[in-house]
Design a protein around this ligand. Structure first.
Ligand SMILES: [Mg+2]
Length: 384
């Protein structure tokens, strides 16, 4: 196919409540959308860094600028045989995986549209339900968190992820583990610790955690390898894995036993599949993570999560978890409602919450025109 035009949108999506992690607080989710046109068809894709360069060195305003000034001009007018060609066409530009991932995803979506096939099928997945987990950021109080975890357990979630940071770590885990002795729990540190915290990190072994996600800084592959030798709990890397090469290095060094794969962070769906294949070959577990995407990006993540090799419930959320209104339609929902019948007596525990891709070309998601208009803070169009 030939890429005729790319429209770009930098969008600020209001969140229901601020999202608090080790790196701070986000009051709104910022995202970048691309509408790609080629061979008479159009398709939407999304890449969602945060508003500030806190999770990664990239941020929404920067992704929009590099996409507009460098990447879109390098792609418009080019013939693309398969989505992987985008990586070749952009290979001379350094870094910027979220921005590259936007165009990689756009080409997958346009390919799916032209072939009239669902994205999950093109990626090698199947239309199967994907089990999802519950996530909790830093809360106002431990009591508040315990109530939220109880709600997740009652709703059938088989794994719960807790964001921890200094001052909200061992004390929180002690309380949660005491209340929920058998629940599958993992913690996400968002790189908030260093090897100077070795004593604290070793004590995390006491809580029978499924994994410790990104305990150290994203650059610290060697330190993660040292830490993994000291603790029993598997380390899961998130921020550290920004490309297939970084995944290879992490595997070789023994920096982790699990990888959280987010297509944006690694440069798109193509590198995500490469990392999945390398991890499977090395015997590592993988699961699909997410940023604060609209239903466009979240449905792409859902399609990816149907691929064989993802062995742990995904970070996929119904739109209503973060947004009063999702930027895109159809909003993401669980396969079956999770709340118990009002006034009804508890019977069998509910099935674990899951999501299933739609059987439509691409993913079926597109922005709601009015919300896109209202929430766009910058737009650009690059055409031939
Ligand atoms: Mg994480």
């Amino acid at each position: 196919m030939r890429i005729d035009a790319i429209e770009l949108f930098h969008v600020r999506m209001p969140l229901l409540e601020p999202w608090r992690t080790a790196y701070g607080e986000d009051a709104a989710a910022e995202t970048v959308l691309a509408r790609i046109a080629g061979d008479g068809a159009t398709a939407w894709a999304e890449s969602t860094p945060l508003a500030a360069p806190t999770y990664s060195p990239e941020w929404a305003g920067g992704v929009f600028a590099v996409a507009r000034d460098w990447f879109a001009p390098a792609l418009v007018g080019q013939r693309v045989g398969e989505p992987a060609d985008v990586q070749t066409l952009l290979a001379h530009f350094k870094g910027n995986p979220f921005a590259k991932g936007l165009f990689d995803a756009a080409c997958w979506m346009l390919t799916a549209e032209l072939a009239r096939r669902p994205l999950h099928e093109l990626l090698g997945g199947a239309r199967t339900p994907v089990e999802v987990g519950a996530d909790f950021g830093v809360r106002d109080s431990i009591g508040d968190l315990l109530a939220a975890v109880a709600g997740a357990q009652a709703a059938g979630f088989t794994r719960v992820k807790l964001k921890i940071r200094r001052g909200w770590d061992l004390n929180v885990l002690r309380a949660v583990r005491q209340e929920f002795p058998a629940l599958r729990i993992h913690v996400d540190c968002n790189g908030g610790y260093t090897l100077a915290d070795m004593e604290l990190l070793c004590r995390l072994d006491d809580f029978a955690l499924a994994m410790i996600e990104q305990p150290l800084d994203g650059d610290d592959l060697v330190d993660h390898a040292h830490l993994q030798q000291q603790i029993r709990t598997p380390i899961c890397l998130d921020e550290s894995i920004t490309s297939p090469r970084r995944a290879e290095l992490a595997i070789e060094l023994g920096s982790c036993r699990v990888i959280n794969i987010k297509p944006g962070r690694v440069g798109g769906l193509t590198p995500a599949l490469e990392i999945l294949a390398a991890a499977r070959e090395a015997g590592l577990d993988c699961w699909v993570g997410g940023m604060l995407e609209s239903a466009i990006g979240a449905r792409m993540n859902l399609a990816l999560a149907t691929c064989a090799g993802f062995t742990y419930p995904a970070d996929l959320f119904p739109s209503a978890r973060f947004f009063a209104q999702d930027l895109a339609r159809p909003a993401l929902e669980f396969d079956t409602p999770t709340s118990s019948a009002p006034g009804g007596e508890a019977t069998a525990p509910p099935a674990a919450p899951s999501m299933t891709p739609l059987e439509v070309p691409g993913t079926g998601a597109a922005p709601d025109a009015e919300r896109l208009e209202a929430w766009t803070v910058a737009r650009a169009c690059v055409s031939r």
